[in-house]
Design a protein around this ligand. Structure first.
Ligand code: ADP
Ligand code: MG
Length: 589
């Protein structure tokens, strides 16, 4: 008795229909999905001519008996769905019974399949017409061979891109399935060359290393959280390692690779402004949740889903990533972006500095800035001081301890893992940004009245912006009153910005607001931009000597920040030289 049935019309009409076969990669995708649905443990993909000439997918899954094999080629024949209610909780990758007939209609198609202990069946199809059905000797599993794709639809064949492009699409499909299922053995051969060899592993990290190399794997941060029945696990890249490639982001929902705006948005929010807009952190996120909470029946190629409780899922993903980015592991341990080339040079620079310091015992001068003739601490320096910070740093041992300051600009510190080099300006920017933003968000900005209010001449554009965003400026602690004609009087500024030239600061903020307006930024983004600008101006600059206490406070504050590895503009603020790397440099290991 076969398992495959033809869906009734009512059900067919409820299924998102559309073109399934667009290019060789879509064939590979559908065939791999079928193999997975048949509980395959290993899948071999053989290609010739970037899949245009030949695609063969072989699996060791359940296989089909003769009747089922014939039925599988009919439209809307599936073993995975039978009643309307089933659409509510689909746990297989396929469900609409369209792939095999659609593929067979536009190719030369050879299906060979056998169930455990049964006799094998071979079906030869050409352009959708069955040419022959034979009995053959086969062991359990299925092999589907698709040659001369689109031989009978020249228009579609013409739309195919170069071999390189089509092959790249296929490799992406295979790789992504491999990531979704590390327990699967996958092999892909193209024109007789093995292009992917991915043995089964229990571990997603290991699979990532197989597919993308150990270097990427080493820099990824693991996460695994469970909340309200939603499990979020996988790996995310460190903000400082984000690249300009968008396709480094992978989302899987119950083992299905999806593109999804809710999930992408959660990532953007979690990374916030730890990464610049045009940089994309690597993401490997596996979501597991009840099938009933995911509607997979929204897209003909099944690459999009719709979530019930989307808000909850969004927040669970965002919080899981944000928590993971807040850990010390998020610190890159080499010069980001210029790894191989810059690391040895940077290593030498740090080592040279330490050597010099050895000869100047005690590192004299670092805790006595005034004696060195450097400027007295500006109010900006004091911004790192807060009563709570000091109280806490006594109670818990600091995560990072300052050793010295290099060129009055970079703090050299140590933590459990190695030496840290911290850009003091970027670090302070990060601290001020988060503090300022939190205060603004909770509407509790501390305001400082100006002794002498400042009158600002405004351009028409600035006046419009100030009128439109009056409440936003007020929320950030800037009290501005109309002052006749084109002027405004600045009466108060946020306490965090005390000591800055108020005129310059407001000018910079107005400029930022005009730009944000032009870019149609939402209020949240406008606020972050304004806060970024204010934090940048208020942060200690480079070439500014700090006391050891000041350095310790800054380190404490920055490593307590929610994104302690990049400044609000998205530039890295710290990198680490691990003990292992130091020992290697000295040939101690
Ligand atoms: P769907 O996957 O949506 O059910 P397909 O046209 O892709 O539709 O496949 C039709 C049916 O053929 C499947 O439901 C399944 O029963 C059977 N089938 C297809 N590929 C395989 C395979 N590799 N191993 C076992 N059965 C398969
Ligand atoms: Mg299918």
């Amino acid at each position: 008795m076969g398992r495959i049935r033809i869906l009734d019309d009512r059900l067919v009409n409820r299924i998102a229909a559309g073109e399934v076969v667009e290019r060789p990669a879509s064939v590979v995708k559908e065939l791999i999905e079928n193999s997975l649905d048949a509980s395959a443990r290993r899948i071999d993909v053989t290609l010739a001519g970037a899949g245009k000439r030949l695609i063969r997918v072989e699996d060791d899954g359940e296989g089909m008996d003769r009747d089922d094999a014939l039925l599988a080629l009919e439209r809307h024949a599936t073993s995975k769905l039978s009643a309307l209610e089933d659409l509510e909780g689909i746990s297989t990758l396929g469900f609409r019974g369209e792939a095999l007939p659609s593929i067979a209609a536009v190719s030369r198609f050879l299906l060979r399949t056998a169930v455990e202990g049964g006799v094998g069946t071979e079906i030869d199809v050409r352009g959708g017409r069955i040419l022959a059905v034979r009995e053959v000797g086969l062991s359990r599993g299925t092999s589907i061979e698709v040659s001369s794709l689109f031989f009978n639809t020249p228009a579609r064949r013409k739309f195919l891109k170069s071999d390189t492009t089509e092959l790249a699409h296929i490799v992406r499909v295979v790789t992504r399935h491999a990531l979704a299922r590390p327990d699967l053995s996958l092999r892909c051969v193209h024109d007789e060359r093995v292009i992917l060899e991915l043995p089964a592993t229990a571990d997603l990290g290991e699979r990532i290393a197989q597919a993308f190399g150990t270097e990427l794997r080493r820099t990824l941060l693991p996460l695994d959280t469970r909340r309200e029945g939603i499990r979020v696990r996988g790996f995310v890249g460190r903000p400082a390692d984000a690249s300009s490639r968008r396709d480094a982001q992978h989302f899987f929902v119950n083992g299905r690779l999806v593109q999804d705006r809710v999930l992408s948005h959660a990532v953007i929010e979690a990374f916030g402004n730890t990464t610049p807009r045009d940089r994309h952190p690597a993401i490997f996120l596996l979501l597991e949740l009840e099938p009933a909470l995911v509607d997979v029946n929204v897209h003909p190629q099944k690459t999009e889903v719709r979530f019930a409780r989307a808000g909850q899922i969004h927040d669970a993903v965002r919080d899981a990533i944000a928590a993971c980015l807040g850990t010390a592991a998020a610190i890159p341990d080499r010069v980001p972006g210029a790894r191989c080339a810059a690391a040895p040079g940077a290593t030498r620079a740090v080592l040279r500095y330490l050597e010099v310091n050895e000869r100047a015992p005690g590192g004299a001068g670092y805790d006595a800035p005034a004696a060195q003739g450097s400027p007295p601490p500006t109010p900006a320096t004091d911004l790192t001081t807060s009563a709570e910070t000091r109280a806490e740093s006594v109670a818990t041992p600091p995560a990072a301890v300052p050793l010295a300051q290099y060129l009055d600009s970079y703090i050299i510190a140590q933590d459990r893992e190695g030496l840290l080099l911290v850009d003091q300006h970027a670090a302070h920017e990060r601290v001020l940004f988060e503090r300022f933003l939190a205060q603004a968000e909770e509407n509790r900005i501390e305001v400082q009245r100006l002794l002498f209010p400042v009158v600002l001449e405004l351009s028409p554009q600035e006046r419009v912006i100030l009128e439109q965003e009056a409440s936003e400026f007020a929320r950030l602690g800037f009290v501005l009153e109309p002052f006749g004609g084109d002027s405004a009087r600045l009466e108060a500024i946020p306490a965090l910005a005390a000591g800055l030239d108020p005129r310059e600061l407001v000018r910079a903020l107005l400029g930022e607001a005009v730009r944000a307006r032009a870019a149609a930024a939402g209020i949240g983004e406008l606020r972050r931009k304004l806060v970024t600008t204010a934090a940048c101006q208020a942060a200690i600059k480079i070439h500014h000597r700090l006391t050891f206490e000041g350095m310790q406070r800054l380190l404490d504050d920055v490593f307590r920040a929610s994104s302690p590895t990049t400044c609000p503009h998205g530039r890295p603020l710290v990198f680490r030289l691990t003990l292992a790397e130091i020992e290697k440099a000295f040939h101690r290991r």
